[in-house]
Design a binder for this molecule. Structure first.
Ligand code: F6R
Length: 605
């Protein structure tokens, strides 16, 4: 995880780096630091905590009016506690370096350098890289960095400067993201695009092993084979407003309310209402001759996969396995050329999902990624990619990416059903009509936010929650529980309703809030029984159901969603659960967008 920024240009290094780090805080926020070069000397300021804590210490810089060169870092600790010494940038002689990733062979290199007389201040793997660059440094930073990375095992995005070369910024990446921004007489390095979007829209997505050197004459990128490569820039078209709060108190709140738009954009990218058909990038599905599909993901994306399995199996009649990426890679999975592996990832950088994708390739499976971040590692390495159009998701808790992942899986199931002859055109066209009605129905659910915030005010002090759902809404129960845990730190369990009597029913006591997700679908009657079981044991039932449901009279709280085809309910039922988690966390005074111990992009295993 961690976020890095680098700047070379017109004298606003400090401003650009701090601003970029603020936008990268979602990647980690337990300490931060900047290194700038002024009058041929490095100046470094670090602080434990967030960027605002770092800003309070900026006075410690010499007061130089304009810095032309600098790097910055916001950290999510992996090696070494979050303290000032372990914070980046790490300084080694004239060199300062920031790192995102994990160096697996750092202990071995550290020992070697210690024997050569080098001393270390921190416990980090990153300082080893800084010392290694120093070890090779003979006045040419680019060359020294190149020699250093030849020794590294693991993942890294690096930005490096030297006080002896005040007009040179170098960077490189392997399995951690790094983009290069091209301004007018200014150059930027950053872990992602929004960090530098206010300053330039011309972005180069660096490839694994690329090394870049920037100086006032321009930019040179060298590829894995050591030869100069031409990496074309892309003009970023989405607006900064999409990556800003736009009047909402938190990014998560804004992103919850953006969901109808995100869904409509994603549907619009692939569905032709006039033709009643779905068009994915050419060739993504081939003839649809897969004997098996494996959906692989982590966290909320895994929940989307769990929902997607129902649709693909029902509509395309292909067996589907759903795998937590870290477990999948741990057990030497059985795959072959008849298997399609679909990694699902908002960031496209999740280390376990990326590793699962690589295993799929090693074993000869075909791969098709579902990603939100264009040009991310997973999107680039998969044989095909279907992008979601959620726009940048900044809140650590995933919301809009989740619904767009689901809609892609739904559309995928329809298209595959068509290609495999399991669905008639007529089936697809009425289902598409239902899908096209979802954004409006989502607006309707979100318009009841006041009911949810009232409920949150009543429940925010509670210690435990239970979430129950069946069939398509079992993953939604898991998702509701995950949202609550991660942003409000309240213990919550998601369970399939049918499993209640096999254990969790013992948890039910007077007043325990039980969120029952029970739209009128094929398992509705069974959920009604669960609701009665909870009520008879004194549990407090919060029912998520279709407007006008007679159960409304029999439960403690009712959160309504408009009726929709029974196979599409997750798009609506998840919304009150996101809102509930959000309002409870806000009422408790939690840091909603940056919950403790978490980071948006989990680029470590
Ligand atoms: C939870 C959440 C995480 C992510 C998970 C996978 O709200 O955001 O559980 O879903 O870390 O991330 P991606 O989708 O980027 O691979």
């Amino acid at each position: 995880m961690c976020g890095i920024v680098g700047y070379l240009g017109k004298g606003r290094a400090l401003e650009v780096i701090l601003d970029g780090l603020r936008r990268l805080e979602y990647r980690g926020y337990d300490s931060a630091g900047v290194a700038l070069v002024a009058s041929g000397k490095l100046q470094v300021v670090k602080s434990v905590g967030k960027i605002r804590d770092l800003e309070r210490r900026i006075w410690a810089l010499s007061g130089e009016e304009a810095y032309h060169l600098g790097i910055g870092h916001t950290r999510w600790a992996t090696h070494g506690r979050p303290n000032e010494t372990n914070a980046h940038p790490h300084v080694a002689g004239p060199i300062a370096l920031v790192h995102n990733g994990i160096i697996e062979n750092y202990l071995e290199i550290r020992k070697e350098l210690e024997l050569a007389g080098y001393t270390f201040q921190s416990d980090t793997d990153s300082e080893v890289v800084a010392q290694l660059v120093r070890f090779y440094y003979q006045g040419d930073l680019f060359q020294a960095m190149g020699k250093a990375i030849d020794r590294l095992e693991g993942s890294y995005a690096l930005a490096v400067i030297s006080e002896e070369e005040p007009q040179v910024l170098v960077g490189t990446r392997k399995d951690s993201p790094l983009v290069l921004g091209l301004g007018e007489g200014e150059y930027f390095l950053a872990s992602d695009v929004p960090a530098i979007l206010p300053y330039t829209r011309r972005i180069v997505l660096l490839e694994n092993w690329d090394r870049v050197v920037v100086n006032p004459q321009g930019v040179v990128v060298v590829g894995a084979d050591g030869k100069k490569v031409d990496r074309p820039f892309q003009e970023i078209t989405w607006s900064m407003a999409l990556a800003e709060k736009a009047g909402y108190k938190h990014f998560m709140q804004k992103e919850i309310f953006e969901q109808p738009r995100a869904l409509a954009d994603t549907i619009g990218a692939y569905v032709s209402p006039a033709k009643g058909d779905i068009f994915f990038p050419e060739g993504e599905l081939g003839e649809g001759v897969f004997s098996r599909i494996v959906l692989v993901a982590c966290g909320t994306s895994w929940h989307a996969a769990l929902v997607g399995r129902f649709w693909i199996e029902a509509q395309a009649r292909v067996p589907v396995d759903v795998e937590v990426a870290s477990e999948f890679r741990a057990r030497n999975p059985i795959l072959d050329g008849g298997t399609l592996v679909i990694p699902i990832s908002q960031s496209g950088e999740t280390a376990d999902t990326l590793a699962a994708l690589r295993i799929a390739h090693e074993k000869g499976a075909r791969t098709l990624a579902v990603c939100n971040v264009v040009g991310s590692s997973i999107a680039r390495e998969a044989q095909g990619v279907i992008y979601s159009y959620a726009g940048p998701e900044i809140g650590v808790a995933s919301t809009k990416a989740f619904v767009t992942q689901m809609v892609i899986l739904y559309l995928f199931s329809l298209k595959l059903g068509l290609v495999r002859g399991m669905l008639e055109r007529g089936d697809v066209s009425w289902r598409l009509k239902e899908v096209l009605s979802l954004p409006r129905k989502m607006e309707e659910v979100l318009s009841h936010e006041e009911d949810v915030s009232t409920l949150a005010r009543e429940l925010y002090h509670v210690q435990d929650f239970l979430y129950l759902g069946r069939w398509l809404n079992y993953p939604i129960a898991l998702e509701g529980a995950l949202k609550l845990k991660e942003i409000s730190y309240i213990h919550a369990e998601g369970y399939p309703g049918g499993e209640m009597k096999h254990g969790p029913i013992a948890l039910i006591e007077e007043g325990l809030p039980v969120v029952a997700i029970a739209p009128r679908d094929v398992v509705y009657e069974k959920m009604v029984s669960n609701v009665e079981e909870v009520r008879s044991r004194g549990g407090q039932v919060i029912l998520v159901g279709f407007s006008g449901d007679p159960l409304e009279q029999r439960v403690d709280r009712f959160l309504e969603v408009p009726p929709v085809d029974g196979t599409l309910t997750p798009f609506l039922t998840v919304l009150p659960l996101q809102l509930l988690a959000y309002y409870i966390a806000d009422k408790k005074g939690c840091d909603v967008d940056q919950p403790r111990n978490l980071a948006k992009s989990v680029t470590v295993e």
